[in-house]
Every structure is written in C-alpha cells, then in structure tokens.
Design a protein around this ligand. Structure first.
Ligand code: GUN
Length: 279
C-alpha cells in the first residue's frame, strides 16, 4: 500500500497554520539559493509556497553562481542578526568554489532549520534534544503513520550521506530498530536487504532497489528523486514491481518530498519558539 506523503504533509501544515494564526509576530524563514541548479530551484519554490500556506514570513535570496564564499558568509552573518528571521536554509549543493561545511558552520545553530550544523548533528548523535534534519524526520513520521512498530525491526539504510543516510540511521536506532548501513562498497547488498523489515533507499540511482531484493511485507521508503531523460521523475526504487512485495511503500513524487517540507515548517516553528522564548 502507498504511504501518502502529500496527505500527511497537508495535515501537519494545517496544524501549524492554526498555531501561527495565534502568533503576534510571524516566524520567518530565509532560503538562500546560489546558482541556477534546476532541481534546487524547484525545491526552493516549494519551500517558499509552504511558508505562504502556513503563514510564515519568507525571504528567498537568489544569488548568482559567481557569488564568492565571503559574500555568502557575510549574508549569513546578516541573517543571523536579523530579528525577522528564525530559520536559515542554504540550499545544497553549493557551487564547487564554495566550502559548504564552512557555510553551514557559520549559520547560528539556533536558526539551523536543516539541523546540519555540527553542533546539532553532534546533539543528534549523543541523543540530546536538537533540530533534526527534515528528510530523516519526515521518514520517521511516514513510517509511524502506517502504525507499524519500529522497535525491534531490522532496518537497512542504503546511502551514508550527512543529509539522509547518517541521520536516518541514528533516528531509526533511537526508535530501537537494528540498523545496517549499506553504501557503494557494501558486498552483497541483496543479502542485507532481504533481511530487512524496513528499507530506506537514499542512493540517487533510478530503480536501484528491485523486487528480488525486498522481503515480503517490508516497509520501503524511497528518498530518491531522479530526473529521467524523458523528463519524468523516478525514485531509487523500482516502484511498480517492489509494490508487490512490500506492505507499505512511498511513491515518488508524493512520498518523502512533501514530508521534508512539512518538517521544515515544523523546524522553523521550533526555532521560532526557542528564539522568541515561547513555551
Ligand atoms: N538539498 C537536498 N536536500 C536538502 C535539504 O534537506 N536541505 C538543504 N539545505 N539542501 C538540500
């Protein structure tokens, strides 16, 4: 069965909207995009739309690809000190001449709505309350929405990125799953996958996870968004065939993507409350 990310995302955004209507000062989110990566442009537009829906103040800052690292660092310092802004998101990937790690470390950890700052990542690692990266946070919500218990399950995460693979592994472990992290150097990926009750695919290769790799009844979460030559979108999972084996599966589009945005709205509200000292 499909897990409907759009429906769940809408429900969460509707709840946030009601809370925001009661606030005197609006939560503010700044989204910074450097260059003209077409996928990034779509993501940033969707983030801006979500801000409008829930009633946030949103500021989109589009910078040319030639922007220097210093210029970007100066902009972040300005946003750090801007009282209208509670969340700062720098869309990744950045152009090669910019050191992404340095940029992320310059964002005030209190305004780090992505949860990518080393301080927030470190807090996630040691199990302290922190800002949790949006996509992994959304994946946990999607799994929980099925009613399936995560505790005690075997979960296989394919991919070890800082944005998805590493943090979702930590979150699944926090929820008492037994974790296997697979990557490009893993030998016999199929063997690991066939043992999985939950598979999270975050590889970036269309149709990488096939029916023969998936145990009957597995919950399959597809994080991939791959643009095919014909212009259509495909996930990392061979959806049509894997659907037969799985108990629940997220479609692409309409699965993880909308939930990432709902979690961004949630994180922005959490940063706002912390900064404005509410609750
Ligand atoms: N690029 C792909 N996913 C993300 C994300 O969650 N946050 C940011 N900032 N950039 C991304």
């Amino acid at each position: 069965m499909d897990i409907d990310g759009r429906k769940l995302s809408k429900k969460i955004k509707d709840q946030i909207k009601i809370k925001v209507e009661k606030l005197e000062k609006k939560p503010g989110l700044a989204v910074v995009l450097v260059g003209e990566n077409s996928a990034s442009q779509v993501y940033v537009r969707n983030k801006e739309r979500a801000c409008q829906k829930v009633g946030y103040y949103s500021r989109k800052i589009n910078l040319p690809v030639e922007t220097t690292q210093e210029e970007l660092l100066n902009l972040i310092e300005e946003l750090n000190n801007d009282e209208l802004i509670h969340g700062i998101l720098v869309q990744l990937p950045l152009p090669n001449h910019i050191d992404s790690e340095k940029i992320i470390l310059t964002i005030d950890p209190k305004k780090d709505v992505d949860g990518f700052h080393a301080l927030n990542m470190g807090n996630l690692l040691i199990g302290k309350k922190t800002i949790i990266p949006c996509t992994p946070k959304g994946i946990i919500e999607l799994i929980k929405s099925t009613g399936i218990e995560i505790s005690g399950k075997n979960a296989v995460v394919i991919g070890r990125s800082n944005i998805v693979g590493k943090p979702i592994s930590l979150l699944l472990m926090k929820n008492n799953a037994t974790i296997t992290i697979c990557h490009s150097k893993t030998l016999d990926l199929k063997k690991h996958c066939l043992n999985a009750d939950i598979i999270v695919a975050a590889i970036g290769k269309p149709n990488f996870v096939t029916e023969d790799m998936v145990k009957k009844g597995c919950v399959v979460i597809d994080v991939g968004i791959n643009r095919l030559d014909d212009g259509s979108l495909s996930g990392d999972v061979d959806y049509i065939n894997v659907k037969n084996n799985s108990s629940y599966i997220t479609p692409v589009p309409g699965g993880v993507g909308p939930m990432t945005i709902a979690m961004l709205m949630q994180n922005t509200l959490e940063c706002y409350k912390e900064i404005e000292k509410l609750e």
